[in-house]
Design a protein around this ligand. Structure first.
Ligand code: 13P
Ligand code: ZN
Length: 274
């Protein structure tokens, strides 16, 4: 067996959570990450017949949802209440590798202090199901609390169209990075299946969904793509927060947005232009 601490997926989890902490996006236990793993790759590091213990599938709410599309799939995931600043120091305590079963999940590695998966696990699983249905290559879901994106939620209208349009206008290349725009949910109680369902609905159309006054859910084929998406939205929100109370004399026009989207041949959401 190879050393799991040397595996690319553990290293990527450490890197992404450390970067999120370093950027100030994920204070205390804020944020969570789940990463769909390939069974053949995982076999090189773990005996998959060795189940350490079972963890209840649901988060805080015991509402049922259909997990069938993810049955027997493997995820590495952050633990509930765990601080991203500590993941690099003790990955085997703060991360876990689980296999999805119908009534529970099987812990195969990690959560060595008796911990369990993030309280947002239902939302993560529902988002994986939604994204896999539109892109079978999707593997990553990240929830985070990026500072400027949250700040912008308090001072900007929260419709998908208006929020996306403003973000596109904040940096020239935003429309190339997220041509579909972003989805925005109103404030909702977190940790529930209900918010997971609403997020997953939006995830059919958008790779990034904002939870108003809370954070973002982002998805992607790779850790870099998913992290880069949050980074780009957060940068745009930062520009907005730097300029929104100042006299603005220049802007990126809709014609500019069309020009760049067409030049880079991205399929942008045309109804989000004015
Ligand atoms: P967990 O500690 O359960 O992952 O929750 C963090 C969070 O950001 C909840 O929205
Ligand atoms: Zn959160």
């Amino acid at each position: 067996m190879k050393n799991i601490l040397e595996s690319p997926f553990v290293k990527e989890m450490i890197e992404v959570t450390s970067n999120m902490y370093r950027l100030g996006w994920d204070e205390r236990n804020g944020g969570n990450v789940s990463y769909l793993l390939d069974e053949d790759e995982l076999k090189e590091y773990l005996n998959l017949n060795n189940v350490i213990r079972n963890i209840p599938l649901m988060g805080l709410n015991e509402v049922d949802f259909d997990i069938t599309p993810l049955l027997n799939k493997y995820f590495i995931v952050t633990g509930t209440g765990k601080y991203f600043k500590n993941v690099a120091k003790a990955p085997e305590v703060n991360l876990g590798i689980v296999r999805i079963k119908k009534e529970h999940i099987e812990l195969l590695w990690g959560f060595e202090d008796g911990g369990r998966t993030t309280s947002e696990f239902p939302a993560h699983m529902l988002c994986h199901i939604a994204r896999l249905s539109v892109n079978p290559k999707n593997r990553v879901i990240i929830h985070s609390h990026p500072t400027n994106t949250l700040a912008m939620n308090y001072v900007h209208e929260l419709s998908d169209k208006d929020f996306s349009h403003t973000l596109w206008q904040m940096c020239t290349e935003c429309i190339v990075v997220f041509p579909e725009g972003v989805g925005v949910l109103p404030w909702m109680l977190c940790g529930t299946v209900e918010i997971g369902m609403e997020t997953a609905k939006k995830m059919h159309d958008f790779r990034l969904v904002i939870w108003a006054m809370h954070g973002v859910y982002a998805s992607g084929e790779t850790m870099d793509e998913t992290f880069g998406l949050i980074e780009t939205v957060e940068k745009a929100a930062q520009i907005y927060m730097l300029i929104s109370d100042k006299k603005q004399i220049n802007t990126i026009t809709d014609n500019n947005l069309i020009e760049i989207a067409e030049f880079f041949k991205v399929n942008y959401r045309k109804e989000f232009l004015n």
